[in-house]
Ligand binder design. Structure first.
Ligand SMILES: [Zn+2]
Length: 286
């Protein structure tokens, strides 16, 4: 089932699901009275192929589009192509604010399993750097993560973890690798020497695509394993317990953060960091 371009609903907000909410039927399983699923199975034609399935959801007075697991649908669709489809739909919808979640491995030995991290920077070690939407923009990555969104996610996550021994961090450098495999010990030591704090596979190219469509982008990530050679060999049972056991907490943090997010962009430069490219050939002026 496919919908024409003009049928993409206009919404200001989007939530990109990752591994923490993958095991959930998000947001239905949260059974929240303030949240209603308006449409399901929304699949759109895009210039990059058929989009992943979206839901249109209302929480409080906010409507948002959401999809599962970064839109990835292996093996038929490459991760880069899935990101292009996903962000093309968000652009057509007019999305201005994006929250995303995912799982990461800890490089910084201060991090514990189940801690939450909100990176303020990243290192892209993936091979997907050419994934774009073709917009005529120079994207400045000086402040890649929206500080307003980060502050809201941090405040909400702190409330949700109150009374536990778990931590939320609002600074840190996310090292992005290609996957699908995890990293080797030698790679993790290299990333540590680069001052990376955690490693995952999703922030790039999403962070570039968000800038390209002029949207604020902020992610909250759960530490699901120690990276290889850090602390001790991680246990597959810990990984699966986190995978299946933490979805509701992350889902509720995302919805509560959305409810607190102002309709107007305040306190950030996200849109100003997208400039017109100087590389286009103008008529008669090479
Ligand atoms: Zn912003």
């Amino acid at each position: 089932m496919s919908f024409a371009r003009e049928e993409i609903p206009r919404v200001q907000f989007a939530v990109i699901g990752g591994s923490s909410t993958f095991s959930l039927n998000f947001p239905e399983d949260l059974e929240r009275e303030d949240t209603e699923v308006l449409r399901t199975d929304l699949i759109f034609d895009t210039p990059f192929g058929e989009s992943p399935a979206f839901k249109l959801v209302r929480t409080g007075d906010k409507e948002f589009l959401t999809c599962k697991m970064h839109g990835w649908r292996p093996p038929a669709v490459s991760r880069g192509q899935a990101s292009q489809q996903l962000f093309w739909v968000l652009k057509e919808a007019g999305v201005e604010r994006i929250y995303v979640e995912g799982g990461v491995g800890s490089i910084n030995p201060l991090l514990e399993l189940r801690d939450l991290v909100i990176p303020d920077d990243y290192i892209d070690h993936s091979m997907r750097q050419d994934v774009g939407l073709g917009g005529p923009y120079l994207m400045i990555m000086r402040e890649p993560i929206c500080p307003t969104g980060a502050e809201i996610l941090y405040r909400v996550a702190k409330k949700h973890l109150a009374g536990t021994d778990r931590h939320v961090f609002k600074r840190g450098t996310y090292v992005n690798t290609d996957g699908r495999h995890f990293e080797s010990r030698a790679e993790v030591q290299m990333f540590r020497s680069w001052h990376g704090d955690f490693v995952g596979q999703s922030i790039a190219p999403e962070v570039y695509l968000a800038r390209e469509i002029g949207a604020c982008y902020t992610g909250i990530y759960m530490v699901v394993n120690y990276a290889e050679g850090i602390i001790r060999d991680w246990d597959h049972k810990d990984l699966s317990d986190i995978f299946y056991g933490e979805g509701k907490k992350i889902g509720n943090i995302l919805l509560d953060a959305l409810k607190e997010t102002p309709a107007e962009a305040v306190g950030c430069n996200c849109r100003a960091l997208r400039k017109e490219t100087l590389l286009q050939v103008k008529n008669g002026n090479r």
